[in-house]
Design a protein around this ligand. Structure first.
Ligand code: DUC
Ligand code: ZN
Ligand code: ZN
Length: 488
Protein backbone atom coordinates (compact mmCIF):
# COMPACT_ATOMS: atom_id res chain seq x y z
CA UNK A 1 0.00 0.00 0.00
CA UNK A 2 1.45 3.39 -0.94
CA UNK A 3 1.75 5.76 1.94
CA UNK A 4 0.11 9.13 1.70
CA UNK A 5 2.68 11.01 3.80
CA UNK A 6 6.43 11.25 3.31
CA UNK A 7 6.74 12.06 6.98
CA UNK A 8 4.50 12.26 10.01
CA UNK A 9 5.65 13.88 13.23
CA UNK A 10 3.64 12.72 16.24
CA UNK A 11 3.18 13.44 19.93
CA UNK A 12 4.74 16.88 20.00
CA UNK A 13 3.37 20.37 20.50
CA UNK A 14 3.58 22.72 17.53
CA UNK A 15 4.35 26.29 18.51
CA UNK A 16 3.86 29.30 16.27
CA UNK A 17 3.90 33.02 16.98
CA UNK A 18 0.25 32.63 17.98
CA UNK A 19 -0.49 29.20 19.42
CA UNK A 20 0.72 26.00 20.98
CA UNK A 21 -1.18 22.88 19.90
CA UNK A 22 -0.70 19.17 20.49
CA UNK A 23 -1.10 17.80 16.98
CA UNK A 24 0.52 15.64 14.33
CA UNK A 25 2.27 17.16 11.34
CA UNK A 26 1.89 15.46 7.95
CA UNK A 27 4.40 16.29 5.24
CA UNK A 28 4.32 15.57 1.51
CA UNK A 29 6.86 16.82 -1.03
CA UNK A 30 8.48 19.14 1.47
CA UNK A 31 5.24 20.90 2.43
CA UNK A 32 3.03 20.64 5.47
CA UNK A 33 -0.22 19.16 4.19
CA UNK A 34 -2.03 18.14 7.37
CA UNK A 35 -2.11 19.39 10.95
CA UNK A 36 -4.23 17.47 13.45
CA UNK A 37 -4.76 13.83 14.14
CA UNK A 38 -3.24 11.67 11.41
CA UNK A 39 -4.31 8.01 11.46
CA UNK A 40 -2.25 6.94 8.42
CA UNK A 41 1.43 6.06 8.73
CA UNK A 42 4.08 8.11 7.02
CA UNK A 43 7.03 6.67 5.11
CA UNK A 44 9.07 8.24 7.86
CA UNK A 45 7.61 8.46 11.37
CA UNK A 46 9.08 10.89 13.90
CA UNK A 47 8.24 10.67 17.56
CA UNK A 48 8.30 14.15 19.07
CA UNK A 49 7.12 13.05 22.53
CA UNK A 50 8.33 15.64 25.04
CA UNK A 51 9.57 17.99 22.32
CA UNK A 52 8.38 21.34 21.02
CA UNK A 53 7.98 21.67 17.26
CA UNK A 54 8.92 25.21 16.25
CA UNK A 55 9.21 26.82 12.82
CA UNK A 56 12.81 26.62 11.66
CA UNK A 57 14.66 29.81 12.38
CA UNK A 58 15.38 32.47 9.79
CA UNK A 59 18.67 34.25 10.26
CA UNK A 60 18.10 37.48 8.40
CA UNK A 61 21.50 39.03 8.95
CA UNK A 62 24.71 37.09 8.44
CA UNK A 63 27.93 37.47 6.49
CA UNK A 64 28.98 34.27 4.78
CA UNK A 65 31.83 33.86 2.31
CA UNK A 66 31.96 37.64 2.20
CA UNK A 67 35.10 39.67 1.71
CA UNK A 68 35.25 42.77 3.91
CA UNK A 69 36.01 46.13 2.31
CA UNK A 70 39.59 45.72 3.53
CA UNK A 71 39.86 42.37 1.76
CA UNK A 72 39.49 39.91 4.66
CA UNK A 73 37.40 36.83 3.92
CA UNK A 74 34.94 35.55 6.51
CA UNK A 75 35.93 32.20 8.00
CA UNK A 76 32.71 30.48 6.99
CA UNK A 77 31.72 29.52 3.50
CA UNK A 78 28.21 28.49 2.54
CA UNK A 79 28.83 24.94 3.67
CA UNK A 80 30.20 25.51 7.17
CA UNK A 81 27.91 28.51 7.67
CA UNK A 82 24.75 26.69 6.71
CA UNK A 83 25.70 23.55 8.65
CA UNK A 84 26.39 25.59 11.74
CA UNK A 85 23.10 27.47 11.38
CA UNK A 86 21.18 24.22 11.02
CA UNK A 87 22.71 22.73 14.17
CA UNK A 88 21.28 25.75 16.00
CA UNK A 89 17.75 25.35 14.64
CA UNK A 90 17.92 27.74 11.69
CA UNK A 91 16.56 26.52 8.35
CA UNK A 92 16.75 29.70 6.26
CA UNK A 93 19.62 32.08 5.78
CA UNK A 94 19.53 35.59 4.39
CA UNK A 95 23.19 36.58 4.09
CA UNK A 96 24.52 39.51 2.11
CA UNK A 97 25.71 39.73 -1.46
CA UNK A 98 28.12 42.59 -0.93
CA UNK A 99 28.94 45.05 -3.67
CA UNK A 100 32.40 46.55 -3.65
CA UNK A 101 32.58 49.85 -5.44
CA UNK A 102 33.05 49.39 -9.16
CA UNK A 103 31.13 46.09 -9.31
CA UNK A 104 27.81 45.73 -11.06
CA UNK A 105 25.01 44.31 -8.91
CA UNK A 106 24.47 41.54 -11.45
CA UNK A 107 28.09 40.42 -11.10
CA UNK A 108 27.84 40.54 -7.34
CA UNK A 109 24.70 38.44 -7.23
CA UNK A 110 25.99 35.93 -9.81
CA UNK A 111 29.12 35.54 -7.77
CA UNK A 112 27.30 34.82 -4.50
CA UNK A 113 24.82 32.51 -6.22
CA UNK A 114 27.71 30.50 -7.64
CA UNK A 115 29.33 30.22 -4.23
CA UNK A 116 26.18 29.24 -2.36
CA UNK A 117 24.59 26.78 -4.76
CA UNK A 118 27.07 23.90 -4.45
CA UNK A 119 27.49 24.30 -0.69
CA UNK A 120 24.41 25.45 1.24
CA UNK A 121 22.57 22.69 3.11
CA UNK A 122 19.54 24.85 3.97
CA UNK A 123 17.54 27.37 1.95
CA UNK A 124 18.92 30.83 1.41
CA UNK A 125 18.22 34.17 -0.21
CA UNK A 126 20.32 37.31 -0.33
CA UNK A 127 20.13 40.93 0.66
CA UNK A 128 22.34 43.19 -1.40
CA UNK A 129 24.86 45.52 0.18
CA UNK A 130 24.97 48.66 -1.94
CA UNK A 131 28.15 50.68 -1.68
CA UNK A 132 27.90 52.50 -5.00
CA UNK A 133 24.75 54.60 -5.23
CA UNK A 134 25.37 56.01 -8.69
CA UNK A 135 22.39 56.70 -10.93
CA UNK A 136 23.11 53.66 -13.09
CA UNK A 137 23.18 51.34 -10.10
CA UNK A 138 20.15 52.76 -8.35
CA UNK A 139 18.10 53.61 -11.40
CA UNK A 140 18.65 50.56 -13.60
CA UNK A 141 20.46 47.74 -11.87
CA UNK A 142 18.69 47.76 -8.55
CA UNK A 143 15.15 47.45 -9.98
CA UNK A 144 16.29 44.43 -12.02
CA UNK A 145 17.68 42.75 -8.89
CA UNK A 146 14.48 43.42 -6.95
CA UNK A 147 12.48 41.97 -9.82
CA UNK A 148 14.71 38.87 -9.54
CA UNK A 149 13.73 38.35 -5.91
CA UNK A 150 16.36 40.24 -3.97
CA UNK A 151 13.83 42.51 -2.37
CA UNK A 152 15.92 44.03 0.41
CA UNK A 153 19.29 45.70 0.67
CA UNK A 154 21.61 47.16 3.23
CA UNK A 155 23.29 50.53 3.13
CA UNK A 156 25.87 52.05 5.46
CA UNK A 157 26.31 55.42 7.11
CA UNK A 158 29.88 54.58 8.12
CA UNK A 159 33.06 52.83 6.85
CA UNK A 160 35.14 54.65 4.24
CA UNK A 161 34.43 52.19 1.45
CA UNK A 162 30.74 51.69 2.15
CA UNK A 163 29.37 54.93 3.51
CA UNK A 164 26.68 56.79 1.57
CA UNK A 165 26.02 60.51 1.98
CA UNK A 166 22.58 61.66 3.09
CA UNK A 167 21.94 62.75 -0.48
CA UNK A 168 22.77 59.27 -1.75
CA UNK A 169 20.66 57.68 0.97
CA UNK A 170 17.70 59.75 -0.19
CA UNK A 171 18.23 58.52 -3.74
CA UNK A 172 18.33 54.94 -2.50
CA UNK A 173 15.21 55.42 -0.39
CA UNK A 174 13.32 56.92 -3.31
CA UNK A 175 14.20 53.85 -5.39
CA UNK A 176 13.18 51.51 -2.56
CA UNK A 177 9.87 53.30 -2.23
CA UNK A 178 9.18 53.09 -5.93
CA UNK A 179 10.15 49.39 -6.09
CA UNK A 180 8.74 48.46 -2.68
CA UNK A 181 11.93 46.95 -1.38
CA UNK A 182 13.06 46.91 2.23
CA UNK A 183 16.00 49.12 3.18
CA UNK A 184 18.27 47.96 5.99
CA UNK A 185 20.65 50.52 7.37
CA UNK A 186 23.81 50.46 9.45
CA UNK A 187 23.31 53.58 11.52
CA UNK A 188 26.47 55.02 13.04
CA UNK A 189 27.81 58.54 12.50
CA UNK A 190 31.00 58.11 10.51
CA UNK A 191 32.67 61.40 11.42
CA UNK A 192 32.01 61.02 15.12
CA UNK A 193 33.68 57.60 15.07
CA UNK A 194 36.56 58.88 12.96
CA UNK A 195 37.11 61.93 15.16
CA UNK A 196 37.12 59.98 18.43
CA UNK A 197 39.35 57.33 16.85
CA UNK A 198 41.91 59.95 15.82
CA UNK A 199 41.95 61.46 19.31
CA UNK A 200 42.30 58.07 20.98
CA UNK A 201 45.12 56.97 18.70
CA UNK A 202 46.89 60.33 19.23
CA UNK A 203 46.89 59.52 22.95
CA UNK A 204 48.24 56.03 22.37
CA UNK A 205 44.91 54.36 23.16
CA UNK A 206 44.83 51.59 20.57
CA UNK A 207 43.77 48.54 22.62
CA UNK A 208 40.61 46.67 21.56
CA UNK A 209 38.50 48.18 24.35
CA UNK A 210 38.83 51.60 22.72
CA UNK A 211 36.81 50.30 19.80
CA UNK A 212 33.78 50.60 22.06
CA UNK A 213 34.72 54.15 23.07
CA UNK A 214 35.18 55.24 19.45
CA UNK A 215 31.85 53.72 18.42
CA UNK A 216 30.10 55.93 20.95
CA UNK A 217 26.41 55.52 21.72
CA UNK A 218 25.85 59.09 20.58
CA UNK A 219 27.15 58.12 17.11
CA UNK A 220 24.56 55.35 16.93
CA UNK A 221 21.75 57.49 18.31
CA UNK A 222 22.42 60.43 15.99
CA UNK A 223 22.65 58.27 12.89
CA UNK A 224 19.53 56.33 13.85
CA UNK A 225 17.63 59.58 14.29
CA UNK A 226 18.92 60.88 10.95
CA UNK A 227 18.16 57.65 9.11
CA UNK A 228 14.60 57.66 10.45
CA UNK A 229 14.21 61.31 9.48
CA UNK A 230 15.29 60.55 5.92
CA UNK A 231 12.87 57.61 5.79
CA UNK A 232 10.11 59.83 7.14
CA UNK A 233 10.78 62.47 4.51
CA UNK A 234 10.26 59.92 1.75
CA UNK A 235 7.67 57.80 3.55
CA UNK A 236 9.86 54.74 3.10
CA UNK A 237 9.88 51.71 5.39
CA UNK A 238 13.29 51.06 6.91
CA UNK A 239 14.89 48.52 9.21
CA UNK A 240 17.69 49.62 11.51
CA UNK A 241 20.07 46.68 11.85
CA UNK A 242 22.13 45.53 14.84
CA UNK A 243 20.85 48.00 17.45
CA UNK A 244 23.04 48.05 20.54
CA UNK A 245 21.90 50.90 22.76
CA UNK A 246 18.82 52.19 24.53
CA UNK A 247 19.24 55.61 22.94
CA UNK A 248 19.02 54.18 19.41
CA UNK A 249 16.17 51.90 20.45
CA UNK A 250 14.25 54.91 21.74
CA UNK A 251 14.68 56.65 18.39
CA UNK A 252 13.07 53.60 16.78
CA UNK A 253 10.26 53.63 19.30
CA UNK A 254 9.62 57.32 18.67
CA UNK A 255 9.44 56.66 14.93
CA UNK A 256 7.03 53.79 15.49
CA UNK A 257 4.91 55.94 17.81
CA UNK A 258 4.63 58.52 15.02
CA UNK A 259 3.16 55.78 12.86
CA UNK A 260 6.22 55.28 10.66
CA UNK A 261 7.16 51.89 9.26
CA UNK A 262 10.42 51.73 11.16
CA UNK A 263 11.67 48.31 12.18
CA UNK A 264 14.54 47.35 14.44
CA UNK A 265 16.86 44.39 14.68
CA UNK A 266 19.09 43.30 17.51
CA UNK A 267 21.57 40.45 17.95
CA UNK A 268 23.00 38.11 20.62
CA UNK A 269 26.09 40.24 21.22
CA UNK A 270 23.92 43.02 22.65
CA UNK A 271 22.21 40.66 25.09
CA UNK A 272 25.14 38.53 26.20
CA UNK A 273 28.36 40.57 25.85
CA UNK A 274 29.53 43.86 27.35
CA UNK A 275 32.40 46.30 26.91
CA UNK A 276 34.24 44.35 29.64
CA UNK A 277 34.71 41.57 27.11
CA UNK A 278 36.67 43.94 24.90
CA UNK A 279 38.91 44.68 27.87
CA UNK A 280 40.35 41.18 28.09
CA UNK A 281 44.10 40.54 28.42
CA UNK A 282 46.41 41.37 25.55
CA UNK A 283 44.65 41.30 22.22
CA UNK A 284 41.89 38.92 23.37
CA UNK A 285 39.40 41.77 23.35
CA UNK A 286 39.71 41.71 19.54
CA UNK A 287 37.48 38.63 19.55
CA UNK A 288 34.61 40.81 20.75
CA UNK A 289 35.10 43.80 18.44
CA UNK A 290 32.01 44.33 16.37
CA UNK A 291 30.09 47.39 15.25
CA UNK A 292 28.17 48.73 16.99
CA UNK A 293 30.01 47.29 20.00
CA UNK A 294 28.54 45.56 23.03
CA UNK A 295 27.77 48.19 25.69
CA UNK A 296 27.08 47.80 29.43
CA UNK A 297 24.70 45.86 31.67
CA UNK A 298 22.06 48.61 31.55
CA UNK A 299 22.12 48.53 27.75
CA UNK A 300 21.67 44.76 27.81
CA UNK A 301 18.58 45.23 29.96
CA UNK A 302 17.20 47.88 27.64
CA UNK A 303 17.77 45.67 24.59
CA UNK A 304 16.02 42.76 26.34
CA UNK A 305 13.11 45.08 27.05
CA UNK A 306 12.88 46.09 23.40
CA UNK A 307 12.88 42.46 22.31
CA UNK A 308 10.18 41.53 24.78
CA UNK A 309 7.91 44.57 24.32
CA UNK A 310 7.73 44.37 20.52
CA UNK A 311 9.95 47.34 19.66
CA UNK A 312 12.37 45.06 17.83
CA UNK A 313 11.04 43.13 14.88
CA UNK A 314 13.83 40.64 14.31
CA UNK A 315 16.61 38.92 16.21
CA UNK A 316 19.49 38.01 13.89
CA UNK A 317 23.00 36.75 14.49
CA UNK A 318 24.99 39.30 12.47
CA UNK A 319 27.38 36.37 12.13
CA UNK A 320 30.57 38.00 10.82
CA UNK A 321 33.21 35.37 11.52
CA UNK A 322 36.86 36.37 11.55
CA UNK A 323 39.23 33.92 13.16
CA UNK A 324 41.52 35.05 15.95
CA UNK A 325 44.59 34.73 13.77
CA UNK A 326 46.35 36.36 10.82
CA UNK A 327 43.53 35.37 8.44
CA UNK A 328 41.00 37.38 10.42
CA UNK A 329 41.17 39.55 13.51
CA UNK A 330 44.94 39.83 13.37
CA UNK A 331 45.30 40.31 9.61
CA UNK A 332 46.91 43.72 10.15
CA UNK A 333 49.60 42.21 12.41
CA UNK A 334 49.85 40.57 15.82
CA UNK A 335 48.96 43.75 17.73
CA UNK A 336 46.83 46.00 15.58
CA UNK A 337 45.19 49.15 16.92
CA UNK A 338 41.44 48.76 17.34
CA UNK A 339 40.64 50.55 14.09
CA UNK A 340 42.52 47.83 12.15
CA UNK A 341 40.67 44.88 13.69
CA UNK A 342 38.06 43.22 11.45
CA UNK A 343 34.60 43.97 12.86
CA UNK A 344 32.32 41.11 13.69
CA UNK A 345 31.54 38.14 15.91
CA UNK A 346 30.21 34.68 15.07
CA UNK A 347 26.72 33.67 16.20
CA UNK A 348 24.82 31.56 13.65
CA UNK A 349 24.57 28.47 15.81
CA UNK A 350 23.99 30.02 19.23
CA UNK A 351 21.49 32.69 18.11
CA UNK A 352 18.36 30.70 18.88
CA UNK A 353 19.57 28.42 21.71
CA UNK A 354 20.94 31.28 23.80
CA UNK A 355 17.80 33.37 23.38
CA UNK A 356 15.66 30.32 24.11
CA UNK A 357 17.66 29.50 27.21
CA UNK A 358 18.04 32.99 28.65
CA UNK A 359 14.69 34.26 27.41
CA UNK A 360 12.11 31.49 27.27
CA UNK A 361 13.53 29.04 29.82
CA UNK A 362 14.23 31.77 32.35
CA UNK A 363 10.69 33.09 31.96
CA UNK A 364 11.59 36.48 30.51
CA UNK A 365 10.22 35.91 27.05
CA UNK A 366 7.03 34.29 25.92
CA UNK A 367 7.68 31.38 23.55
CA UNK A 368 5.40 32.86 20.90
CA UNK A 369 7.42 36.05 20.94
CA UNK A 370 10.55 33.89 20.60
CA UNK A 371 9.12 32.33 17.43
CA UNK A 372 8.12 35.76 16.17
CA UNK A 373 11.56 37.39 16.49
CA UNK A 374 13.62 34.40 15.41
CA UNK A 375 11.49 33.30 12.46
CA UNK A 376 8.01 34.64 11.65
CA UNK A 377 8.82 38.33 11.55
CA UNK A 378 11.87 37.81 9.37
CA UNK A 379 9.69 35.91 6.89
CA UNK A 380 7.16 38.74 6.88
CA UNK A 381 9.71 41.52 6.73
CA UNK A 382 11.64 39.98 3.85
CA UNK A 383 8.94 38.54 1.61
CA UNK A 384 9.05 34.86 2.59
CA UNK A 385 5.79 34.51 4.50
CA UNK A 386 3.90 32.13 4.71
CA UNK A 387 6.22 29.84 2.78
CA UNK A 388 8.65 30.21 5.67
CA UNK A 389 8.33 31.35 9.27
CA UNK A 390 5.29 29.41 10.40
CA UNK A 391 3.69 26.00 10.80
CA UNK A 392 0.65 25.96 8.55
CA UNK A 393 -0.87 23.82 5.83
CA UNK A 394 0.87 24.82 2.62
CA UNK A 395 4.02 26.13 4.27
CA UNK A 396 7.41 24.56 3.74
CA UNK A 397 8.07 21.85 6.30
CA UNK A 398 10.92 23.77 7.95
CA UNK A 399 10.83 22.63 11.55
CA UNK A 400 13.05 22.42 14.59
CA UNK A 401 12.22 19.92 17.32
CA UNK A 402 13.39 21.40 20.60
CA UNK A 403 14.34 19.39 23.63
CA UNK A 404 13.74 21.90 26.41
CA UNK A 405 15.75 19.88 28.90
CA UNK A 406 18.89 19.38 26.90
CA UNK A 407 21.81 21.32 28.34
CA UNK A 408 24.72 22.32 26.16
CA UNK A 409 27.90 23.99 27.29
CA UNK A 410 28.88 26.33 24.49
CA UNK A 411 32.41 25.85 23.23
CA UNK A 412 34.19 26.67 19.99
CA UNK A 413 35.26 23.05 19.61
CA UNK A 414 31.67 21.77 19.72
CA UNK A 415 30.17 24.33 17.35
CA UNK A 416 30.06 23.58 13.63
CA UNK A 417 31.28 26.83 12.15
CA UNK A 418 34.82 27.31 10.94
CA UNK A 419 35.86 29.51 13.82
CA UNK A 420 38.64 29.11 16.33
CA UNK A 421 36.72 30.84 19.12
CA UNK A 422 33.24 31.69 20.28
CA UNK A 423 32.54 34.81 22.32
CA UNK A 424 30.10 32.70 24.35
CA UNK A 425 32.62 30.05 25.50
CA UNK A 426 31.45 28.32 28.68
CA UNK A 427 27.88 29.61 28.69
CA UNK A 428 25.36 26.85 29.30
CA UNK A 429 22.20 26.78 27.20
CA UNK A 430 19.14 24.92 28.43
CA UNK A 431 17.05 23.82 25.47
CA UNK A 432 18.44 22.89 22.07
CA UNK A 433 16.93 21.74 18.77
CA UNK A 434 17.72 18.05 18.40
CA UNK A 435 16.03 17.31 15.05
CA UNK A 436 16.01 19.93 12.33
CA UNK A 437 13.96 19.56 9.17
CA UNK A 438 14.13 21.64 6.00
CA UNK A 439 11.48 21.17 3.30
CA UNK A 440 10.67 17.80 4.81
CA UNK A 441 14.29 16.62 4.71
CA UNK A 442 15.93 15.71 7.98
CA UNK A 443 18.99 17.94 8.14
CA UNK A 444 20.14 17.25 11.69
CA UNK A 445 19.36 14.16 13.77
CA UNK A 446 21.23 12.50 16.61
CA UNK A 447 23.81 15.30 16.46
CA UNK A 448 24.67 14.39 12.88
CA UNK A 449 24.29 16.17 9.58
CA UNK A 450 22.06 14.11 7.30
CA UNK A 451 22.05 16.03 4.03
CA UNK A 452 24.43 16.67 1.18
CA UNK A 453 26.29 19.83 0.31
CA UNK A 454 24.31 21.98 -2.05
CA UNK A 455 20.93 20.54 -1.08
CA UNK A 456 19.67 23.95 0.08
CA UNK A 457 17.65 25.97 -2.41
CA UNK A 458 17.79 29.58 -3.48
CA UNK A 459 14.75 31.61 -2.43
CA UNK A 460 13.45 34.20 -4.83
CA UNK A 461 11.66 36.52 -2.47
CA UNK A 462 8.46 38.50 -2.94
CA UNK A 463 8.23 42.22 -2.34
CA UNK A 464 7.47 42.34 1.38
CA UNK A 465 4.20 43.83 2.58
CA UNK A 466 6.28 45.57 5.19
CA UNK A 467 8.07 47.46 2.42
CA UNK A 468 4.91 49.13 1.16
CA UNK A 469 4.97 52.85 1.89
CA UNK A 470 2.17 54.26 3.99
CA UNK A 471 1.01 56.23 0.97
CA UNK A 472 -0.25 59.11 3.00
CA UNK A 473 1.96 61.87 1.70
CA UNK A 474 1.13 64.93 -0.31
CA UNK A 475 2.30 63.87 -3.77
CA UNK A 476 3.42 67.31 -4.79
CA UNK A 477 4.69 70.14 -2.72
CA UNK A 478 2.75 73.39 -2.82
CA UNK A 479 5.20 75.86 -1.32
CA UNK A 480 2.49 78.44 -0.82
CA UNK A 481 0.41 76.21 1.35
CA UNK A 482 2.76 74.03 3.27
CA UNK A 483 6.43 74.73 3.50
CA UNK A 484 6.88 71.55 5.46
CA UNK A 485 5.27 69.24 2.92
CA UNK A 486 6.97 65.94 2.39
CA UNK A 487 7.26 64.83 -1.17
CA UNK A 488 8.98 62.63 -3.63
N1 DUC B 1 28.24 45.59 10.35
C1 DUC B 1 27.63 44.45 10.21
O1 DUC B 1 26.51 44.41 9.79
N2 DUC B 1 28.23 43.33 10.55
C2 DUC B 1 29.53 43.26 11.03
C3 DUC B 1 30.20 44.52 11.20
C4 DUC B 1 29.44 45.71 10.82
O2 DUC B 1 29.91 46.81 10.94
ZN1 ZN C 1 26.46 46.76 9.83
ZN1 ZN D 1 26.34 42.50 9.75
Amino acid sequence: MTKRYDMVIRNGYTVTDREKVKQDVGIVNGKIVTLGEIPEMGIREIDAEGLLILPGGIDAHCHIEQKSSSGIMTADDFYSGSVSAAFGGTTTLLPFAAQHRGQTLRDVVDDYMARAKPKAVIDYGFHLIISDASDAIIGQELPAMIEDGITSFKIYMTYNDLKLSDYEILNVLAAARREQAMVMIHAENHDVIRWITDKLLDQGCGAPKYHAIAHARIAEKEATHRAISLAELLDTPMLIVHVSSEAALNEIRRGQERGLKIYGETCPQYLFLTIDDLDKDGMDGAMFCCSPPPRDKESQEAIWEGLIDGSFTVFSSDHAPYRYDSSGKLAAGPKPTFDKIANGVPGLEIRMPLLFSEGVMKGRMDIHRFVEVTSTNAAKTYGLYPQKGTIAVGSDADLALWDTEKQVKISASALHDNMDYTPYEGMVATGWPTTVISRGRIVIENEELKVERGSGQYLKRARPDAAKPLGRLVPEMDPNKNFDAKFI
